[in-house]
Design a protein around this ligand. Sequence first.
Ligand SMILES: [Zn+2]
Length: 77
Amino acid sequence: MKTLTCDVCKRTIHDPQSDRNYYHLAHRELCENCKDELELQLKPIVRTRQPFNYEWYDQLLQDSIEQSILKGKIDVR
Ligand SMILES: [Zn+2]
């Protein structure tokens, strides 16, 4: 069976299916839990950003993921 490892929490994702049980973000592979947690933590940051800018968001996403990988869990603060 095909498996994949989440880049953040290092958990094994069995039978990976993009956008169903894993998510490809900023050139990284995230499991569903990590992706949900990331969105949760980014929400208040994104909400205060006016006007919203995709370039800024891409950079924020990438920085947040790289930072989380170093910590082994989603931790944006
Ligand atoms: Zn994960």
